[in-house]
Structures are given as C-alpha cells and as structure tokens.
Write a protein that binds this ligand. Structure first.
Ligand SMILES: Cc1cc2nc3c(=O)[nH]c(=O)nc-3n(C[C@H](O)[C@H](O)[C@H](O)COP(=O)(O)OP(=O)(O)OC[C@H]3O[C@@H](n4cnc5c(N)ncnc54)[C@H](O)[C@@H]3O)c2cc1C
Ligand code: SF4
Length: 332
C-alpha cells in the first residue's frame, strides 16, 4: 500500500477546505467513507493518494420519508436503507436492489454515497499487473477489449472503455428519477442521478460530473405510484456476493390491466446505470401479456454492441426486462 496520511476534519467546511488545499499542493487526496471499496483499491495499488480524508461522522445518515418523497443522507448505510419500513413499502425496488448487493457485512459498513461512487469491477482495472487500462492510466489502452470481457458493458461503451457500472442501487434510483445533492466550496447543487454519471468517451477516468473535492450529501427520490409497485431483478453467476451480469429495475403505474406509466433501467449492461425510455414509451397503454412485453423489451437493444464474451447480454437483458415486469405486474 502506498503510504498516506489520514485526515479527520471536524466538519464539512473543514473537509472541503482540506481537499482544496490538497489540490493546490498537488498532493492527491481522496475521500474515504465506509472504506469497503477504497481499502481494496489501496491494497491493490489501484489508488495511491498521499492523503485520505475521512468522512466518518461528518455527513447526514438520516432516512426521511414524506408525501413528496424520500431523502437519504449520504452516510446512511446500505443495510439501514434496505430495512427502513418506508423504503420497503413505498420504494421496494430500492430495498431489493440493496439486499441483492454485496453481503450483510459489507452492507452494514458501506454508505450510500460510497456505493454510488464505487469503481468498476473490471478485473483489468483492479489488477495493476495489466498496464493497459485507460480508466486507471489515461491513454494506456484497454485490456478488456482484447481480453475476457464477459462482465463488461454493451451499452454506452467507447473505444476507450467498456467497463460496466457496478452499483445496483444506482440502477433503482435512476429508474425512480432520483437526484443527488452535492456540496462543494462553491456551494450546493442538486442534479438528476442520471446526469451525474458520465459516459466514458475518451476520458473514462472521469466517471462523474463531481467537481474536485465536491461531496455527495444526500439522495432524493420523488414519491410516485410507480415507485410503490416496483421491483429489482438481478441475474448473476452466483446467488450472493456477486455483481450483476444483467439487472433490471422496473416501476409500474397500472390502470386496471393496462400500463399507465412504466420506468425501466438496466444494470450490468451499461457504462452507467442505463434508463431505456424507448422501452418505457412502448409499454404505455399495453398489457402484461408476454408478447406485448417482449415487443417493448426488444427496443432495449438499440445501440447495443457486444465485445465477444459478453454478446449474450443483449438477449439476456430483454428477457430480464420481461420477467421483471411480469413479477411486479403480478403484485397487487
Ligand atoms: C465483496 C464485495 C461485494 C460487493 N458486491 C456489490 C454488489 O453486488 N452490488 C453493489 O452495488 N455493490 C457491491 N459492492 C460494492 C459496495 O457496495 C461498495 O464498496 C460500497 O457501497 C462503497 O461504500 P463505502 O462507504 O464503503 O465507500 P468507500 O469505499 O469509503 O468509498 C468509495 C468511493 O466513494 C467516494 N465517496 C464516499 N463517500 C463520498 C461522498 N459522500 N461524496 C463523494 N465521494 C464519496 C470515495 O472517495 C471513494 O472513491 C461490493 C463490495 C464488496 C467488497
Ligand atoms: S474496460 Fe475500462 S476499466 Fe476495463 S481495462 Fe478497459 S479501460 Fe480499463
């Protein structure tokens, strides 16, 4: 592990000032929250900051639900959010996506903001024995394109990077039109989570629109009828402790047997959580009949491109959408 100094600022203002100062001194600094991803990256020399700035005890961890929606403090743990009664009853897709993530031990320690900021699980990114990784070392190439790419993305890829976004709950949150609250030295701002993530393009090492030092302070999810009837379906190589090959977050507002409104986002297939508005549009007014759902789900493949080992995801994601909608449609 590269040696680092651990900073424990007393409040958010001091935290932001510390990061700004670190930037000016050209001494790389990074935040650490629950540490479940960061510690692995440090141990493997993937990240080598000179300073680590601990967020422990600084950010809100409250989970509040009201008529307008849900507010989740950045420091809330995955476990606390997954078991919160309002989340379970009114936003089941969020609770399910969290319970399908990682392990109880990790969920007890990991924060929601850390989850949204976790790095991809591309094995070439996480193994410094491979020199070529544009995300780790800009301009070095991409080992996955000529290597084993079974876990990689088929949507939103570029000639620089094909890594799939790893967070499950981000997929659920994007489906529900969630927003993130950010705080930097320049003040606060709120952004739709969908706009928070960047496509890799030619700069895959810049994964979000966060400004240097800017913090996620909260997640906001608007209340809706669709959120109450929602579901997360995750397909993976083993039943626990495993990332998604393909997942779907779906939320339906039904008018009798007809779909009044649908929201669908995909995980495991995109370089960011992948909303499929063309599928949502095709579902509106339709029934839950398999053939109808299948015709809509096919549209998810628009623009999809496999890299060889992951070609199967293009068909699988269509099936996952159909099954997820049928599951949620069968719920009262
Ligand atoms: C074995 C294992 C299995 C896993 N399986 C899954 C899975 O199936 N699905 C899934 O979604 N995840 C999975 N994860 C990932 C896990 O959910 C993340 O490691 C965790 O959520 C990260 O949260 P943390 O608080 O520990 O973040 P940390 O490790 O402390 O930080 C992660 C990143 O977030 C940044 N950060 C943290 N807080 C903030 C903030 N407030 N503002 C800005 N940046 C911030 C840090 O600088 C760092 O870059 C798994 C992890 C492990 C170890
Ligand atoms: S897919 Fe992205 S993260 Fe993986 S090796 Fe290529 S550039 Fe690196």
């Amino acid at each position: 592990m590269h040696p680092f100094t651990l900073e424990r600022p007393r409040d958010v203002a001091a935290t932001l000032a510390l990061r700004a100062q670190a930037g000016r001194n050209d001494a790389p600094a990074e935040y650490i929250a629950g540490g479940t991803d960061m510690i692995q990256l440090l141990q493997e020399y993937v990240r080598r900051p000179d300073r680590l700035v601990s967020l422990v005890g600084l950010l809100d961890n409250r989970i509040e639900s009201g008529p307008q929606g849900l507010t989740i403090g950045a420091a809330a743990t995955m476990a606390d959010v997954a078991s919160h009664p309002a989340v379970v009853q009114q936003y089941p897709v969020i609770a399910e996506s969290l319970l399908e993530s990682a392990s109880p031990q990790v969920r007890n320690q990991a924060t929601m903001a850390g989850n949204l900021m976790q790095r991809p699980r591309c094995p070439y990114f996480r193994d410094v024995g491979y020199d070529a990784c544009n995300r780790r070392t800009p301009g070095s190439g991409c080992s996955a394109m000529i290597g084993v790419n079974r876990w990689h993305a088929v949507l939103g890829t570029s000639r620089s990077c094909i890594a799939a976004h790893a967070s499950d709950v981000a997929v659920a949150l994007v489906a529900l039109d969630a927003a993130v609250e950010l705080q930097g030295l320049g003040g606060r701002r709120t952004l739709p989570l969908d706009d928070f993530y960047r496509l890799p393009g030619d700069t895959p090492h810049i994964a979000t629109v966060l400004q240097p030092g800017e913090l996620i302070t909260a997640i906001r999810v608007p209340a809706s009828a669709a959120a109450r009837r929602s579901h997360y379906l995750k397909v993976r190589d083993r039943a626990s402790f495993e990332f998604a090959l393909v997942s779907a977050a779906v939320a339906l507002d039904m008018d009798g047997a007809r779909i009044r409104q649908a929201r669908v986002a995909l995980g495991g297939v995109g370089t960011k959580p992948w909303r499929v508005p063309q599928v949502e549009k095709a579902l509106v007014g339709g029934s839950l009949d398999s053939a109808v759902l299948r015709r809509a789900a096919v549209l998810a493949a628009q623009g999809a491109r496999g890299s060889g080992h992951n070609d199967f995801k293009i068909e699988l994601m269509q099936r996952v959408i159909v099954r997820a909608i049928q599951t949620v449609g069968a719920r009262a």
